[in-house]
Design a protein around this ligand. Sequence first.
Ligand code: NAD
Length: 499
Amino acid sequence: MTAIIKEETLEIINLNPATGEEINKVRILQKEEVEALVYKAKEYFSIWSKLSLNDRAKYLKNLRKEIVRNMDDLVKTICEETGKTEMDSIIEVFTVCEHLNYIIKKGPKFLKDEKKSTGLFIHKKAYVSFQPKGVVGIISPWNYPFILTAGPLVQALMAGNTVVVKPSEVTPNTTIKLREIATKAGIPQDAFLVATGDGRTGAFLVESKNTDMICFTGSTATGRKIAEICGKMLKPVILELGGKDPMIVFEDADLRRAAKAALWGGISNSGQTCIAVERVIVQENVYKEFVELIQQELSKIKQGYYNQEISVGSMAFEKQFQIVMNQIQDAKEKGARIITGGSKNPEFSKGLFITPTLIENVSDSMKVWEEETFGPVLAFKTFKTEEEAIAIANQSPYGLNASVWSKNKKRAKRVARQVKSGAICINDVMVNYIISDLPFGGVKESGIGRVYSKEGLRAFTDMQSVVVDRFNLPFELWWFPYSNKIKNLFKNFTKLLFG
Ligand code: NAD
């Protein structure tokens, strides 16, 4: 186990998944404690929300600088509680800084009042104002504990909300460290609070009458439960859920580049990435060559402890380790062929290391093809025609990310339009996540709503439509009392303008 729940003392014992050593203990907050934090955030909202957009951006600029100053400490914290490589942790920090940069620069522009046309009503003015919602509850997972907490946090703060974060029970320390850094950067303590604990603590945050919005990143199963509660309470919710991303490789693709991308997209962060490549769909006549290229690339990378020069770390916790091993076993039993990997790495007796795994001869009924794997595993299928490739890609109930590989950009774009996913990369993988101007989120069972970009930032606000009367006329034509004269006037206007 990497997070042991102690019911007697209401504590989580946090273990390092690469070494098995104890890191620390954190409390599982109970309902009243969560409510007390939410109340503090609610009180502080009246101050934070009244700051100008530029002032909030200045706070976030200080935060970005402080994150960079504390990068080494942060990377160490992330590595220790996830077992991921230092490079994978640095990518987390880099990504957050890039998003922060975008929000600092563009946030004030996106959130200021937006003028709207009034159509025929030229004697009116109209605009939309973007008002903060109040207290946002952010619930995050363990796979990217920094990005998936800091990302929504900075958007919510920029939009004028105050925030209570419930980090994953598997990785609470990264969020605790983030709050320390935020405090050093001058972010007021009650603008960003942390409620440590497990799913029960998360549920208290969702059920609280005083949280005005929930931004959840995690599994589809938990997302469904949260959506039910939010639905009953009519509480706005963003759900960033699971994925089973397809990679379609056509015969005319740059196969070497695609092979490197498949490997990085599927195995980096030990495959524990919501937008990881999981299903590799390759045109039949280049399949053999493509798999050989991946094997060549795989022979160049090493697995090990995060503080060494390695490319693949351990799994983040026991439960996920077991899910992946179980899927590999299921595939073997149902007739799949393990090309390479498929077992616990015997070099590391204490850590949760799964050797990078390539699986072929997979069928639709295998868990490794049907369910989210979230491990260092690539499963392969072949196709003959474009239509077949699209049909295979769309088979999954998920629709988060995807990629299509072909030198024929026209074909790649045609295919992209037909794949049901929140995002798709042409001749690349996963890179859309760091492009802050692109909305991020899923379709189908991968989620509801978007984060990042103008649209994502505005999702943390309530749009208020405002109309201003320009001329102070004594009355409007459609007001009481109605008369035949006015009625006929409107009838004729309707015919003239719209007939
Ligand atoms: P999870 O659903 O088990 O837990 C996520 C968070 O929800 C944790 O903090 C957990 O304590 C909390 N939680 C659990 N039950 C709850 C409840 N009833 N009410 C409120 N909160 C509750 O997910 P996980 O295992 O931590 O994360 C892995 C999953 O997250 C994968 O499915 C992955 O695809 C998904 N994910 C999605 C994205 C995305 O952006 N779409 C990003 C990363 C991870």
